[in-house]
Design a protein. Structure first.
Length: 207
């Protein structure tokens, strides 16, 4: 797949170096699973570290290591056939995807807070928007980064489709809408909260 929108080179380097919180890693893994060009670039960036490790003398493997790995694998929930999540999100998904969804006082929109151990103020969401559904106008109080998993999204003059990555800086104000003809699924990493405008903002401030 060849998405049009990609993360910065510095983000690819951070991922190759193992930097970033679990939400940043999951978001990048989603993009890499859908973008052959960035996946190849991360493989190139990972090369020096891999060659360094290969040149080191082997260390003894703890006897209980394999059992610990098997135990962790057994506790990762399976990736469901629907919604169209990719395997990169498997460690973050709750055991029951039918529970925990919330809305935003608008029809055709819902989101799921993904269960990962994150730094304070950082969140990771799985978002579903029905075909053509709008998301209410809001303003970001921190950085938001997203990857489209399926379908597409329009936002002013911008259009995003499966695999595309987009970052929105603090203070960005917008009202995206799912493209017509197909539901939009995306994963989003957020630093800080969003503030709705209009009557939704009034209700938000009262809660």
């Amino acid at each position: 797949m060849s998405p049009r929108l990609h993360p910065l080179e510095t983000r690819l380097l951070d991922h190759a170096a193992g930097c970033g919180d679990p939400a940043a890693s999951a978001l990048m893994d989603c993009h890499l699973a859908l973008c052959d060009a960035c996946a190849a670039r991360v493989a190139d960036l990972s090369g020096p570290g891999g060659r360094f490790l290969a040149a080191q003398s082997p260390l003894p493997v703890p006897p209980e290591l394999f059992a610990r790995i098997q135990d962790r694998i057994s506790r990762v929930p399976p990736v469901p056939a629907a919604p169209p999540c990719i395997s990169a999100l498997a460690p973050c998904l709750p055991a029951d995807l039918a529970k925990g969804w919330r809305g935003a006082l608008t029809r055709g929109f819902r989101f799921l807070d993904l269960a990962v151990d994150l730094p304070k103020g950082v969140s990771l969401y799985l978002v579903h928007m029905a075909a053509g559904a709008p998301f209410p106008e809001h303003r970001h109080q921190g950085l938001e980064e997203m990857v489209i998993l399926a379908g597409g999204l329009s936002d002013g003059n911008s259009r995003m489709e499966a695999g595309d990555w987009r970052g929105l800086e603090e203070g960005t104000r917008h009202a995206p809408r799912a493209l017509a003809g197909e539901d939009c699924w995306l994963v989003a990493r957020m630093e800080g909260e969003i503030r709705f405008t209009g009557w939704r903002g009034l209700i938000q401030r009262m809660i």
